[in-house]
Design a protein around this ligand. Structure first.
Ligand code: NAP
Length: 361
């Protein structure tokens, strides 16, 4: 029976990398793709970057593969990516980073960042400088002895007990299910005692329920530790902002954003997308690396229980990268080879998949 999956191509390089992942999934699984537009193309058509039918489609199919969506910097509409995660309550953002032979600067990285996806400074609670409600809020704070400069903009950082508990519990369950031996909680609890401190206290309590090693690190130290000895870390659980930053750092350790996949998981729905953004400067050039989106599709297939097919796609993709002949510019500039385009690298992966013994599926 055909599996129905929502497909959101996204902005910039999104349509190209999504097309690659779709071609590859179509090689091994019978999928009916329900294509919906969000982001810049949706604004032109529906006057909103996130039409309700996009959310409805994911609610109906329960699963989506998504390309990156542009967010204007500093002004303009709020992040559609953040909004999708909030509206579907996709509270866990899972971002693995694993060394690839002949590509990665480090040979022994095999860690997963589990990032809280709905709270923290990404909650979207902001007060714009000079606005009437901002002045009222500042006056309210003044009554409690909190003096903030009148020409300030404010972003609020909520971190709840329930939100922290479910993400840390998710990280421990992930560790259990994937035979990982250690969970590391990352925070800045020495400075933000009532938000990050709360996160850390909850993490310590949740850790008591599991027979898995637990430790914590302050985020600035963690950044240094990850560059010096990333092999020490297995599952890293963290509030939203640190998880976003550290996962890009970890992508850099193993070969860059072009190979970094991700999954947004909730109780009822899951949306799979690369860690990278829409890289507008490369849009429409058949240039960027499709691997991050292909490996996000691999995570999606595992989520659907298609383990062997997921393993096959992953193996063929890694082989093409390690051989270094049919790879995009970002890999070629590390390995010193001549780059090919997005679609040519995709063709090479498909050729490998087709050459495999169907018995292995
Ligand atoms: P970006 O789009 O991730 O691009 C940053 C750099 O990463 C690129 O210039 C390129 O590096 C490299 N890169 C990204 N994707 C690649 C790929 N598939 N293959 C090879 N290299 C790749 O980050 P950004 O420029 O900061 O953000 C652009 C837009 O994307 C913003 O509007 C941002 O808000 C949005 N964004 C969306 C998501 C999402 O949809 N989930 C996530 C992050 C950012 P080189 O320049 O070295 O070639």
């Amino acid at each position: 029976m055909s599996t129905k999956i929502t497909l959101i191509p996204g902005d910039g390089i999104g349509p190209e990398v999504i097309s690659s992942a779709r071609r590859i999934v179509d090689e091994v699984v019978d999928v009916t793709w329900e294509i919906v537009e969000a982001g810049e193309s949706a604004i032109q058509r529906y006057r909103t970057p996130l039409p309700d039918h996009v959310i409805e489609s994911v609610r109906k199919n329960k699963i989506a593969l998504k390309g990156p969506i542009t967010t204007p910097v500093g002004s303009g509409f709020r992040s559609v990516n953040v909004e999708i995660r909030k509206r579907l309550d996709l509270f866990a953002n899972v971002r693995p980073a694993k060394s690839i032979p002949y590509l990665s600067k480090y040979n022994d990285v095999d860690l997963v960042i589990v990032r809280e996806n709905t709270e923290d400074l990404y909650a979207g609670i902001e007060f714009e400088v000079g606005k009437e409600e901002t002045k009222e809020f500042l006056n309210f704070l003044k009554r409690y002895g909190v003096g903030i400069k009148e020409d300030s903009g404010i972003s609020i950082k909520p971190i709840s007990i329930s939100g922290s508990e479910r993400i840390v519990d998710f990280a421990f369950r992930y560790a259990e299910n994937n035979h990982r031996k250690k969970v590391t909680a990352v925070h800045k609890a020495n400075i933000m005692k009532f938000s990050d401190g709360l996160f850390l206290n909850v993490a310590r309590k949740v850790a008591e329920r599991y027979n898995i090693e637990f430790e914590d690190r302050i985020v600035d130290n963690m950044a240094m530790q990850l560059v010096q000895k990333p092999e020490l870390y297995e599952v890293i659980v963290t509030p939203n902002l640190y998880g976003d930053i550290l996962s890009d750092l970890c992508a850099g350790l193993v070969g860059g954003l072009g190979i970094a996949p991700g999954a947004n998981i909730g109780e009822h729905y899951a949306v799979f997308e690369p860690v990278h953004g829409s890289a507008p400067k490369y849009a429409g050039q058949n240039k960027v690396n499709p691997t991050a989106t292909i490996l996000s599709a691999v995570m999606m297939l595992r989520h659907l229980g298609e383990i062997k097919k997921a393993d096959l796609i992953e193996r063929c993709t890694i082989e093409v990268i390690s051989e270094g002949k049919q790879v995009t510019y970002d890999i070629a500039r590390i390995t010193g080879s001549t780059p090919v385009g997005t679609s040519e690298m995709t063709d090479a992966i498909i050729k490998k998949i087709r050459a495999c013994d169907p018995e292995t599926l």
